[in-house]
Design a binder for this molecule. Structure first.
Ligand SMILES: Nc1nc2c(ncn2[C@@H]2O[C@H](COP(=O)(O)OP(=O)(O)OP(=O)(O)O)[C@@H](O)[C@H]2O)c(=O)[nH]1
Ligand SMILES: [Mg+2]
Length: 243
C-alpha cells in the first residue's frame, strides 16, 4: 500500500499518525508519500522529513505543483507505486487506527474502493457543530438520491483505492471538493464501494485549510459529475510524468 499524507500546519499529529501506521501496518506499507506545498510550515516539513527514521527509504516527500488539497492528492495518485493507495490526513481527523481494517478489506476485495463513514452504524461525530452535522446529513441524502447509492458518507476523504483506478480517472477538482469527486467517479464507473464506520473528532493542533466558500463547491461537484458523459470520466491517455 502507498499511504498519502498531505501536510500544511500539522506537527505532533504527523508524528502520531506515523507512529500508529508503523505500529499497526508496517508490513503492508510499501511507500509513504508525503505531499507538501508553499504554505507548509518549516516545522511541519521537518516533522515530515523525520518520518524517514520510521519508514526509511519508503518515504518520498513531494512538493506539489497544482494548488490546494485536490492538487496535492492528484499528483500523489500519479506517483503511487504500490497496488493500492490510502488517502488520509495528518491532522488525526482520519483515525490512523482504522488502517488495518482498510487493509483487511482491501485484501478480500482488491478491486473495491474502501471508504470510512461517519454516518454508518457505529460511526459518529464529536465537536463538528450541530448546523454542520445537519447540513452534512442533508448533503449525504441528496448524494444517495442522485447517485442511487446506499453509501452514507460521500464527503469524508478517508479512502483506499486500487492504484490503477485512480491513475485511470480524469480528476478535475482542486480544493476539498476533490474528496467528494473521489467517490462520485468510482460510483459512476460502477466500482464496488465498501464502507467502514468511523468516529470523527476535531484536530487538536494546526489549522483546517477548508472554508465555507470551498464547501459551497460541493453542490456543483455533486451535480456536474452526475450528468457528465461516461466517456469523460476516464483519461484518454497515460498521465504526464511528475518530477
Ligand atoms: N499538501 C497539501 N496538504 C493540504 C492542503 N490543504 C489541506 N491539506 C492537508 O490535508 C489534510 C486535510 O485538510 P483539512 O484542511 O484539515 O481538511 P478537512 O479535514 O477535510 O476539513 P475540516 O473538516 O475543516 O478540518 C490536512 O492534513 C492538511 O494539512 C494543500 O493545499 N496541500
Ligand atoms: Mg481536517
Amino acid at each position: 500500500m502507498t499511504v498519502l499524507l498531505p501536510a500544511v500546519t500539522e506537527t505532533d499529529s504527523v508524528d502520531e499518525t506515523a507512529r500508529i501506521l508503523k505500529e499497526t501496518s508496517d508490513e503492508d506499507i510499501a511507500q509513504v508519500l508525503v505531499v507538501v506545498c508553499d504554505r507548509t510550515t518549516p516545522e511541519t516539513l521537518a516533522r515530515c522529513e523525520a518520518l524517514e527514521s520510521r519508514f526509511g527509504d519508503r518515504v518520498h516527500i513531494h512538493n506539489q505543483h497544482l494548488p490546494f488539497l485536490g492538487g496535492a492528492m492528484r499528483e500523489a495518485f500519479d506517483l503511487a507505486t504500490a497496488s493500492h493507495v490510502i488517502m488520509m490526513s495528518t491532522d488525526l481527523e482520519t483515525d490512523p487506527k482504522l488502517v488495518p481494517r482498510f487493509i483487511e478489506l482491501a485484501k478480500k476485495h482488491p478491486a473495491a474502493v474502501i471508504t470510512a463513514s461517519r454516518w454508518a452504524p457505529g460511526g459518529g461525530f464529536s465537536g463538528y457543530g450541530r448546523a454542520r452535522v445537519a447540513a452534512n446529513w442533508v448533503f449525504q441524502r441528496l448524494t444517495s438520491l442522485l447517485y442511487n447509492t446506499h453509501l452514507t458518507d460521500a464527503t469524508f476523504g478517508y479512502r483506499l483505492f486500487p492504484t490503477p483506478l485512480v491513475q485511470a480517472i480524469r480528476w478535475e477538482g482542486l480544493r476539498h471538493e476533490f474528496l467528494l469527486e473521489t467517490v462520485l467517479k468510482p460510483l459512476r464507473l460502477g466500482v464496488e464501494v465498501i464502507e467502514i464506520p468511523t468516529f470523527w473528532t476535531p484536530r487538536q493542533e494546526g489549522e483546517s485549510q477548508n472554508s465555507l466558500s470551498t464547501q459551497a463547491r460541493y453542490i456543483r461537484t455533486l451535480l456536474a459529475h452526475r450528468v457528465q458523459g461516461a466517456a469523460t470520466i476516464l483519461r484518454q491517455s497515460s498521465p504526464a510524468p511528475i518530477t
